[in-house]
Every structure is written in C-alpha cells, then in structure tokens.
Design a protein around this ligand. Structure first.
Ligand code: COA
Length: 426
C-alpha cells in the first residue's frame, strides 16, 4: 500500500510546536519532510524540558517523527545556495519563524516565487495583518487573544488557558489542510501559492461557538448557562461558563465514587433531551418524567443546579467507569475524566495507533501520540525523530545530487557546522 502524500517533498523550516505538528502530519501521510535546522543548535525544543541527559527531549521527539534533518546555516552564503537548491527540489516550504525572519534571511515571497514558481509557501504567524502582525506569539498568547481564555474557567475566577494546545497544534492542523488544498489546486493551475494561518484566527475558529453566544446575548440571557438559573445577570460579553456544555444539551462534570482522594474521579454527564426519561429512571426520580417543572427542556433550564445536584448524588455512588457502563446502556451521553496515566495505559488507543511506543537511540523507548487521522488506504507507521543533522549528507547527495567535490565544498564553507569555539588562549 502506498501513502497518500508519497512523492511530495516538504522543506520544513519549522520549529517549536505549531509548525512541527503540521509537517509531522504531512510526514505521516507519506511526504518526504526535510527539516532544516541551525548547525549545532537545531530546533530549540531539542534541549527544552529535558528528562534524559544528552537525549533529545520528548518535546522535540513527539513533534518531529518521520522527518529527516539537515543542518544548514541559512545566513552563510553557501548555506543560502544550498537552501535555494532545496527550494527548487521541493513542493512546499513550511515555516513558523517570527514575523519578517524569512525576508531578513533574503527569501521574501517574490524571491521564492522566482526560484520555484510551483513552490507552495506555508506560514504560521501569531496574528494576521493588523495591529499585532509584528508580534511573536506562543501558545497561551494565542489562547488569550483568540477568545478561548476569556470564555474558559469559572465566572468568578480568572480567565483560564487549556491544556490542549489549540493555539499551536490547532493552527498546525489548520495549516496542514491549507497545504494539501493548495497542492490540489496546483494540479490544475501548475502554480504555487502562499498559505497562511494565524494562531489567533485558528483559536477563534475553534472558539466559534462563543462568538455565536456573543451574538445570542444581544437577544436575551443565555439560558443554558448555569448563571441564568442562579439569577445572575449577564454583562455585555460572553461569560466564562465553568463546565457547562457548549451546546444545546446541558452538561456538567460530576463527582464519582472516590473523588475525595482521586483528582480524576469525575464524569461528564449530558442531560440530552431525548433520553431524559431514562435519566430520571437511572437516578431514581421517575416523577420528573411528567412533572411540568422537569419534563421539558425549557422548564429544566432555570433548575440546572438542582438537577445536576440530584444526578451527582447518584454518580457519587458509582466509580466513573461503573457510571459510564450503566449510562451507556441507556444511550445517555457521558464520559469519564481520563487522566494522562489512564490514556497512556489504554489498550484500545494502542491498538489503533493513536498511542504508540517509539524506540530512540538516545533515550530508548517512549510513548507518543500517533496519527489521529486514519486513512484506510494510507496507513501511518510512526518512526523516530531524526538526530540533529542526521541526514545532512544523505539529502545533499540524494536530493541535490551533489558529488564528492561539491560535498567537500559545502562542508568547507562552514554552512553545515556550528561556528568553531575559539579557545581562550587563541
Ligand atoms: N540558520 C541561520 N539562522 C537561522 C536558522 C538557520 N537554519 N533558522 C533560524 N534562524 C534565525 C532566523 O533567521 C532568526 O534570525 P533574525 O531574527 O536575525 O532574523 C532567528 O533564527 C530567530 O527566529 P525566530 O523565529 O524569530 O525565533 P525566536 O526564538 O526568536 O521566536 C517564536 C520564536 C516561536 C516566538 C517565533 O518564531 C514566532 O513568533 N513564530 C510564529 C508564531 C508561532 O509559530 N508561534 C508558536 C511557536 S510553537
């Protein structure tokens, strides 16, 4: 079986998280991803959050599977020559440098187009054109400026950022879709184009239900927010709604047996209207099926605290897994709060390749998240991330077809190696 993106070559100029998640996905679908890294240093994440001495960090290894690494000083004249040659041999250049970096390096869009008019140039920046376009951005800045933080957390508490990296990995996903779409369009136009995804835009896209609520607010209180039942007036912006469901079916996180000692002994419980009668039977409130105060969804909205309080009395008598089993039999939507430990040990996630064990020469075996997107005709085999510069000569010979003389020239130019440390005596 071949892979969907076999034959597509990516010049991967990405670093940290957002860009690397994008190119990792493309690699998993079969693209040849050539990661260009600064000699001696590489992607800064190689050395961040290190857990094993002298081994690439999990931060790096978990974001750079299935890629090849070439070291290249792109500010060195010979390095620029190699980079230019690579641009001619690649289909897509992906980068998430700070604003203006590619221009300063001598490769603005106009120049790249002249080098290879078929090249697709894909970029992640913190912001799109506007007042903040020159700002550098990391994950939490994007969550805060994209509408996620202001709508996450509890009404009377601070805005909160979420553990899911919606700014970085979320924007990487957006960019990957832009790239394959541009590749598809290139089939008919024969031309490359620019693909850009701003992290603020990506987060706002993922928070679109809150912009929906912002506009609904102009027509009255948001009745499915707990604050409505609590009689607390709404302001002029969408408030933080704790663990209220973001949709039309009220939901909450409820305690389960063991919550006093286990921080994850909770379940998310949704009072979906079509199964309301079954919920009443399960929790032992059969009269709520017909009582006009509880029978229909609009009547329940002002009573959500009371209703979830009663449901919680029931969930507290069960473990989260027991509750899940009972509720699932009746098609009542719910989900246990699973810890990272539980997810790492989950055998069904291992079986589907969503959690994979990877072997690495410096660090040994480690767990990673595999490709969450499954294509029936393009299976993903996760291979380890490259060591810094591991494929430099291989790429120069195989992709650029350099002979021994050319290879020696590049090596002699200092474009591939870190600057020599000058000893104090020299
Ligand atoms: N050879 C020589 N120089 C290189 C190089 C190479 N192979 N690769 C990178 N560099 C240089 C760049 O040319 C740049 O130099 P300059 O500032 O003199 O022009 C320098 O490295 C730093 O690049 P930059 O991207 O600004 O890195 P940073 O560490 O200062 O900032 C970010 C990091 C993530 C904040 C920034 O890249 C950014 O805002 N990216 C866009 C948004 C984004 O993706 N953020 C999320 C990251 S998870």
């Amino acid at each position: 079986m071949t892979q969907a993106l076999k034959g597509v070559r990516i010049l991967d100029f990405t670093h940290v998280q957002s860009g690397p998640t994008c190119t990792q996905l493309l690699a998993w679908f079969g693209a040849d991803v050539i990661k260009v890294e600064r000699p001696g240093v590489g992607d800064i994440t190689r050395g961040q959050l290190m857990d094993v001495p002298n081994a690439d960090s999990l931060y790096f290894t978990m974001l750079n599977h299935n890629k090849r690494s070439i070291t290249l000083d792109t500010k060195n004249p010979k390095g620029k020559e190699v980079l230019t040659a690579l641009m001619k041999k690649c289909d897509v250049l992906v980068e998430n440098f700070g604003p203006g970096v590619l221009d300063r390096m001598g490769f603005p869009w106009e120049t790249i187009q002249k080098i290879n008019p078929k090249l697709i140039v894909a970029s992640i920046k913190g912001f799109g054109p506007g007042p903040y376009e020159d700002c550098k951005v990391y994950e939490n800045v994007a969550q805060c400026t994209g509408g996620a933080a202001s709508t996450t957390g509890f009404r009377d508490g601070l805005p909160l950022v979420t553990g899911a990296q919606i700014g970085d990995s979320g924007t990487g996903l957006h960019l990957a879709l832009g790239i394959v779409t541009a590749l598809y369009q290139r089939n008919s136009t024969g031309k490359g184009q620019r693909v850009t995804a701003a992290m603020q835009d990506g987060v706002l896209n993922l928070a679109r239900v809150k912009l929906r609520d912002q506009q609904r607010l102009a027509h009255g209180p948001l009745k499915e927010y707990s604050q409505f039942g609590e009689g607390i007036p709404f302001g002029d912006a969408v408030p933080r709604a704790g663990n209220d469901s973001g949709g039309g079916q009220p939901g909450r996180i409820l305690k389960c047996k063991g919550w006093e000692t286990d921080p994850n002994a909770y379940i998310y419980f949704i009072t979906q209207a079509p199964v309301w009668e079954k919920i009443c039977d399960v929790i032992g409130e059969p009269t709520w099926k017909t009582d006009p105060n509880y029978a229909k969804p609009p009547a329940r909205l002002p009573r959500l605290n009371e209703i979830f309080g009663r449901i919680e009395q029931w969930t507290m008598t069960k473990t989260k897994f027991e509750a899940m089993e009972i509720l699932n039999k009746d098609d009542i939507p719910c989900g246990p709060i699973l810890s990272m430990k539980e997810l790492a040990e989950d055998q069904s996630l291992r079986a589907t390749g969503t959690v994979v064990e990877v072997d690495h020469p410096q660090r040994g075996k480690y767990l990673s998240v595999g490709n969450p997107i499954k294509l029936s005709d393009s299976p993903t085999v996760v291979t380890r991330s490259p060591l810094l510069g591991e494929h430099t000569d291989e790429i120069l010979k195989q992709v650029l077809e350099y002979n021994d003389k050319q290879l020696a020239e590049v090596h002699g130019s200092g474009a591939l190696e870190p600057p020599r440390k000058v000893a104090a005596a020299e």
